[in-house]
Design a protein around this ligand. Structure first.
Ligand code: WQD
Length: 342
């Protein structure tokens, strides 16, 4: 199948492109490179032996999207493109609503105009807000997002639900990611955000490699075993395989579905730091800091629906996640040093 990946040069998109190519599909990567590097396409080629098609563009350009959907004979769309920094969204809500909501609206209009009505959407556990109980199931209430980023995810899920109610030809599968971390085992692609990382793993990686002095642990007074935040971390390769497993479902069913993609267990910040120190052989100094606005104490999911619908479950461990993240960070640093010397 020919699958358009909006945001396909980003962290989750690029790993999904690798898995789709290896499964015999043709991913077409559509990205404005606002948070991704142009070299990702050649890195994917080094991994799979085939260069994915890359089209530079913004999802708010509806005319370009329609042109691409028609000319590339796209069968389905996986929609990754979106701004995703929780803290930044609090400071810049209008940019998040414009990029994430207007962009999604333009995409859906272009899909309707070109007759492509199969969509997998990159949603997030953040739609649940502070969980009333754990593990989280897809039937649990959403709508209590604590930040504009989370609200855009909720609004897009609801846009898709309304669209499926209005036009029964549509298939919309909302994949609610928990915390994606790690990197492709080759070390060629991974999570390398621009500037200072918001998320835990890329920050820890840079501390381990001496690019940052220490990790601020945001709160050690939560109601968790060691007082630090607990999350359901999932290897990005497991997450990518979850998308490939959702594709046949999206092509053979219509209607709206939300599905959790996680491991079904939580790790605390300090447990992740310990796992990373073991995987890297490096020390990760920490300092306890006040809680971060918008953070919740703990969340993890019940992954049973993904197993039932897609025949998929996460298989990689927290040790695999840290080992692969460290390999990516080490190779990236070595490349940067080599470029500096040349
Ligand atoms: C994890 C834990 C922090 C950084 C968000 C989005 C989610 C997804 C992933 C996009 C928390 C603690 C973190 C640091 C720390 N986004 N932490 N020091 O906030 O659970 O999820 O990012 O796909 O949709 O909601 O992820 O990695 O920022 O935080 O102590 O420097 O690590 O308090 O307990 P989060 P995170």
């Amino acid at each position: 199948m020919r699958v358009l990946l909006t945001g396909g040069m980003g962290f989750i998109g690029s790993h999904t492109a690798v898995v789709l190519q290896e499964a015999g599909h043709e991913p077409v990567l559509f990205d404005n490179l606002s948070n991704a590097d142009r070299s990702v396409a050649s890195r994917i080629e080094r991994i799979t032996g085939r260069a994915p098609q890359f089209i530079e563009g913004d999802i708010r350009d509806g005319a370009l999207l329609e042109k691409v959907l028609r000319e590339e004979a796209v069968d389905a769309v996986i929609h990754f493109a979106g701004l995703k920094a929780v803290g930044e969204s609090v400071v810049k809500p209008l940019e998040y609503f414009d990029n994430n909501l207007t962009g999604t609206l333009r995409l859906l209009e272009a899909m309707r105009a070109s007759g492509v009505k199969r969509l997998i959407f990159s949603s997030s556990s953040t739609v649940y807000g502070p969980p009333a109980h754990l593990p989280l199931q897809e039937t649990d209430p959403t709508g209590e997002a604590t930040n504009p980023y989370g609200r855009t995810k909720i609004m897009i899920e609801e846009m898709l639900a309304d669209l499926c109610r209005a036009d029964p030809e549509w298939s919309a599968v909302c994949l609610r990611y928990f915390n994606p971390i790690g990197a492709h085992p080759s070390g060629l692609i991974g999570d390398d955000p621009n500037g200072i990382p918001n998320n835990l793993l890329p920050y820890v990686s840079r501390v381990a490699n001496g690019r940052l002095p220490f990790l601020n642990v945001y709160g050690n007074d939560y109601d968790t075993p060691d007082g630090t935040g607990v999350r359901d971390y999932i290897h990005v390769m497991d997450l990518a395989r979850g998308h490939a497993a959702a594709l046949p479902y999206a092509m053979s069913h219509t209607g709206w579905r939300a599905v959790n993609l996680g491991c079904g267990r939580g790790y605390s910040v300090l447990e992740v730091v310990a796992a990373f120190e073991k995987a890297s052989g490096r020390r990760v100094p920490v300092k306890f800091a006040p809680r971060r606005t918008g953070d919740i104490a703990a969340n993890w999911c019940d992954p049973a629906l993904a197993r039932g619908l897609f025949g998929w479950e996460a298989k990689l461990t927290i040790e695999d996640m840290c080992r692969d993240a460290w390999r990516f960070e080490s190779m990236r640093a070595a490349e940067a040093a080599a470029q500096t010397q040349s």
